[in-house]
Every structure is written in C-alpha cells, then in structure tokens.
Design a binder for this molecule. Structure first.
Ligand SMILES: [Zn+2]
Length: 404
C-alpha cells in the first residue's frame, strides 16, 4: 500500500447527499470589477491510500494538518460553540456579498487584462480548493465566505492572505481554462505537459530545482501531474507583472509559457467548448457541523522511526551547562512555523508530516533536557535547520511510494 493524500471529500462520501446547489449570479456572466484585500485561510491533510482518480482535481494543499487541527479544535470549541455546532449547510453561505467575491472579480479582471474575453469560470463554495475533473468551475473553501469561519480555519491551519487566495484562484482558473477549451485533448498539450491520463498521486517525486517547470504554489507543485503543470503555467502567465518572460528565460518551462501565451491569444474571443461545469460537493450538501468538519481532519501523519538522541545532543547543550539559556523545546517551538513552512516548501514533503517530525523532536529535546547555547543561537538554528531538512530528504529518499 502506498501513501497518498486524501482530502476531506472522501470522508464526506459517506454523508447523505443533497440536491446540487444552484450556482449564484457569479456563474451567469462576467461581473463588474472591484478590488478586495482580506485575510483568508486554507488547508489539507493526510492518510493511507485511496483511489486517487476520484480526488484528482482537488488540491493537496501543503499546509493542512491533522495534529494542528486537533489542537485548533480545542481552541475553537472554547471560542464560538454556537457556530461550531451549526451544520455547514445551514449557515446560508454564499460567495455573493462575501469578501472572496471581490477576489473572484479580481480574477475575472485579470482574465480580461489578458484579453481572455469569453471565459469566466463560475465559482462555488465547497470543502476545499479544487476544480472537479473536467469541469470548468472553481471550488472555493467555504470558510472564506465568512470572517468568523476564516478565523476558525486560521486556528486550525495556517492563515492565507489575499495574495495566496489569488494564487489559488489563478491556479484553479488554469484547470478550468484547460477543461473549458479541452486543451488536454490536443497533441500539443500532451507533448508539452504529458498525458492528462497519467495516474494522479499525492506523493509525487519532484525533481528539485528543475527548470522544466514553473514555480508557483509551494512544493514544486507543477511536477505533481501534467494537469497541475498546466494550471501552474497558466497561473504564472496570468499573474499581473509576473515578469515571466524574464524570469523563465532559458528555462525548459519557457516553451510551456509561450504556448500558454499563444493559445490564449487564439482563444481569447472564442466561446468555451464546455461553457458550464458541474460542482461536486457544495455547501448545501455539507451536512456536518463546523466542529465535525475540523474533527474529521484527525488522521495522524506517520512519524520517522529514527532515534535522533545522539544527533540532538550534538546540536544542543545540556540544560545543566553554564552557557545554556532557553530550553531547546521552547526554542524549536518558537521557530516551528517557519521551519515547517520552509522545509515543506523546499523538500515537497507534505506539511503535516514535517510538522509531526518537529513536534516529536521538540518533545524529545525536552525529555533529554536539552538547551540552547546562549552564545550560539543562530548557529544552532541553522545547524538544526540543515539537520531537519536532511532528515526529511532522507526519509523521502527511503520511501517506496516516493521512488515509484
Ligand atoms: Zn491543481
């Protein structure tokens, strides 16, 4: 059995289904233009193997985390019990009138600026970012529709700002554009990006620093699948002032960007072959309560089995030493978020697993009575960072699913 990520969607398959929620006004025609700038949050998580074809077009965000979710649950439950006990379908959520509506409008304006005139992918609220396979329609996490939900999400997972929300919107618009014009069926698309039918796996093995792919979402995401490669290429291309011609000059990825630029000019005034998409899970179908939604991210990511005692002892000092200051546990916890973020971004190990590793090391450091040398804080931080990154890379290299 191989490890692959699973999204909340699969857990919800066992829930009762409702009738598909009709799309709001956003689906009908290009809206007027407006600016928006509000903080949002996003997420994903992890368990054992699943038929990945079913979840192929929902994003495996690298920042969703089970352990975080459980910690956050307790915080959230203490804060707003009535909202947490409400079923998501009863919250009356809609994009219209929410802060995220402004960002959708911004996406539409960016399309217009790129002279894409006939394509305005409809958006709907669902459990996470995604574009149902083959459907030119964008799923936006429901918690972006209300500030209090966004706050709860932020307590469970890392908070995304509007810049990151725009990044997801552009990426999903790339999938939608691909499906709307059925580009993936063309020989040129296949030749540039690979086979759309390639099996989708979350434990993809990226070639780090490869110049054959653009870099946009963290984790070398374009390398996950040909469809992601296209979505990422689209996102880079459409981002205002991305300077892609300069940044990617001499890269293998440039051929993809040039294709994108050319195909967009060709299709700019053409109606999509597939005009409307069908959403998968809508908020109207999400019958779990907000608390249940977060409780459902409870699976634990596997931990490395290595005994790290001697390595940790060589990096830090004994708390009994005269030169020791802060306990290593507190020191590492203070730097945890940045360490986890950076390691997950550069190694492409899923964030939940990196975080679990850090938590285990913090705990062990406390048990061993380790402390930071007050005169060598920055050296110890950099040594630890290299050590932890190497651990993760070593773990990835040994992982069978990663090598497959
Ligand atoms: Zn994607």
């Amino acid at each position: 059995m191989q490890l692959t990520a699973i999204t909340r969607r699969q857990q919800q398959l066992s829930l009762p289904w409702g009738v598909l929620y009709p799309l709001g006004r956003l689906s009908a025609k290009p809206p007027s233009l407006a600016e928006g700038d509000l903080p949002f949050a996003g997420a994903n998580r992890y368990v054992l193997s699943f038929d990945s074809s079913l979840l192929s077009r929902s994003e495996t965000k690298l920042d969703r985390l089970s352990v975080q979710a459980m910690d956050g649950n307790q915080q959230a439950e203490a804060q707003s019990p009535s909202l947490l006990d409400t079923r998501i379908c009863d919250l009356g959520l809609s994009i219209e009138g929410s802060a995220v509506e402004e960002l959708v409008k911004r996406l539409y304006r960016e399309l217009e600026q790129k002279k894409i005139m006939k394509f305005r992918p409809p958006c709907y609220l669902t459990d996470e970012w995604g574009c149902p396979s083959g459907e030119p329609i964008i799923g936006i996490p429901f918690y972006l529709a209300r500030p209090d939900l966004a706050q709860i999400e932020g307590e469970h997972n890392d908070l995304e700002d509007s810049r990151e929300t725009m990044m997801y919107l552009r990426h999903e618009a790339g999938h939608a554009f691909n499906y709307a014009y059925k580009l993936h069926r063309t020989p040129e698309w296949k030749q540039l990006f690979g086979s759309y039918r390639r099996p989708y796996r979350d434990n993809y093995r990226p070639v780090l620093f490869s110049k054959d792919y653009v870099r946009y979402l963290p984790g070398w995401y374009a390398q996950k699948h040909p469809d992601e490669d296209f979505a990422e290429t689209f996102a880079v291309w459409i981002t205002p002032r991305s300077g892609w011609r300069k940044r990617y000059r001499g890269w293998g990825a440039m051929a993809k960007l040039e294709y994108m630029d050319r195909i967009a000019r060709q299709l700019g005034n053409s109606d999509p072959l597939r005009k409307r998409g069908t959403p998968d899970i809508t908020v109207a179908e999400m019958e779990m309560t907000v608390a249940e939604f977060y409780r459902h991210c409870g699976e634990q990511a596997p931990l490395p089995e290595d005994n790290l005692d001697s390595d940790l002892a060589s990096i830090f000092r004994s708390a009994k030493s005269k030169r020791s200051s802060e306990p290593a546990e507190a020191f590492l916890r203070r730097h945890r978020k940045n360490l986890v973020d950076q390691i997950a971004i550069w190694t492409a190990m899923q964030r939940p697993r990196v975080k679990r590793l850090m938590e285990a090391i913090e705990k062990r450091s406390a048990e061993m009575g380790l402390a930071v040398d007050r005169r060598k804080e920055s050296e110890q931080l950099s040594e630890f960072t290299v050590f932890a990154t190497t651990l993760v890379m070593n773990h990835l290299a040994r992982s069978k699913s990663f090598q497959a």
